[in-house]
Design a protein around this ligand. Structure first.
Ligand SMILES: [Fe+2]
Length: 399
């Protein structure tokens, strides 16, 4: 293998309990006016109050937008951009989960460059830097505090779309595990297994031939030495802490381990990209109205099984971390934290499977990043095994 590495990440990562208070002085470094973006639930939390107080103490003139919502609907984007347009902030501070941070990314974009947002759907179309963003995640998680991607809902089609550019990477990721203690068990489980999907899909991603055209032409460039190193450490942290964090939300050590794992997984896949589990989730999530993490977590072992022939060395390294066959270990971990056992269990009918495969095959950014070629038939075989809830079935079907 040719040595190859890419690292695009926040210019500053601050991690540790109590770190949220750093948001005030950091924001004051950009000017006098700050716009805080959050959602109605987070706005009521103690962690949010800590950030709000820190911004006030740093002398900032603060406006708070609490209208973030799951999947970043177009009206939330419009409202945030309208408020930002009135107040002309020098810096944006996002306090929340993936949807909040993703909303903050596109708000920072549209307060700097003209809309419509759809002008920025093509890869590498963001023309330059956007308003500085300080991201404080409250879930572990999407890793959005460290990635170049914002997943939003397109106003015209109602479909989820990714806007991706290195310019969208938050300037600062402030990761304070105390902000994550209030996340309910289901949110902890789904966001946590999503973080594991990021780590493992990053580690098993396609490997491209390094070139200046590749690294400058795409925000996410396939697996490489740095994404591998981060993804393995992330997998270790998540595997050691996910069950604990779900079972006891007040376990600060487990919360800290999860936030660390999701941050590293975010940096890893922010550079490498993810693949089939995420592509299939777009279709499964839209059809079943289930959460992103439920879908990626449920699908992950089946995608790993399909990719087994293409990534033997990676699966061996994962086996060492997970203490046994990694496909079985990930499947069992999902069941332990309460994921449904199959697609049938979340209401998918067997006759829907072909349509879901066909809806996913066109998501080229993710499909082309899979280590083993995928067509609609291959995606259908992955979904069929997931519909039955039997990862081993896939290996016999493919043998
Ligand atoms: Fe994800």
């Amino acid at each position: 293998m040719t040595d190859f590495a890419v690292l695009r990440a926040p210019s500053q990562v601050l991690f540790g309990a109590g770190m949220a208070a750093a948001a005030g002085p950091l924001a004051a470094g950009y000017g006098r006016r700050a716009m805080v973006i959050t959602d109605p639930r987070i706005a009521e939390t103690e962690g949010f109050a800590t950030v709000r107080t820190a911004l006030g103490a740093a002398g900032l003139d603060v406006v708070v937008f609490t209208g973030a919502a799951v999947d970043v609907p177009v009206d939330a984007v419009d409202a945030a951009v309208a408020l930002g347009g009135e107040r002309e902030p020098d810096v944006i501070v996002a306090v929340g989960g993936g949807s909040v941070i993703d909303l903050a990314k596109v708000t920072a974009l549209l307060l700097t460059h003209p809309g419509p947002l759809s002008a920025y759907y093509p890869v590498q179309s963001v023309p330059g830097p956007v308003l500085p963003l300080i991201a404080l995640p409250t879930t572990a998680g999407t890793g959005s505090e460290a990635t170049p991607v914002s997943v939003i809902t397109d106003g015209a089609t109602g479909m989820k779309v990714g806007v991706a550019s290195p310019h969208l990477i938050p300037r600062h990721a402030v990761c304070d595990p105390l902000l994550t203690v209030g996340a309910p068990p289901t949110v902890t489980a789904h966001s946590g297994i999503d973080a594991l999907s990021h780590a493992i899909e990053a580690y098993m991603a396609a490997r491209e031939t390094p070139s200046p055209e590749l690294v400058l032409g795409r925000p996410q460039v396939g697996k490489n030495l740095l994404s591998d190193a981060l993804a393995l450490t992330a997998t270790r942290a998540i595997a050691a802490n996910l069950v604990r964090a779900v079972e006891d939300g007040g376990d600060i050590e487990a919360r800290s381990g999860m936030l660390y794992g999701s941050l590293l997984a975010g940096i890893a896949f922010g550079n490498s990209g993810v693949s089939a589990a995420h592509a299939l989730q777009f279709a499964v999530g839209a059809a079943t109205h289930t959460s992103h993490g439920l879908g990626t977590g449920l699908l992950l072992p089946y995608v790993m099984e399909y990719n087994r022939p293409a990534r033997p060395a990676e699966l061996e390294a994962l086996a060492e971390i997970l203490g046994g066959d990694p496909v079985a270990a990930v499947h069992e971990l999902g069941l332990r934290i309460g994921l449904p056992a199959s697609l049938a269990e979340i209401g998918v009918e067997r006759e829907d499977v072909r349509g879901l495969a066909e809806a996913s095959v066109g998501i080229r950014r993710l499909i082309d990043n899979n280590p083993r070629p995928l067509d609609a038939d291959a995606l259908e075989s992955i979904l069929d095994a997931a519909w039955r809830g039997e990862p081993a079935r896939l290996s016999s079907a493919l043998a």
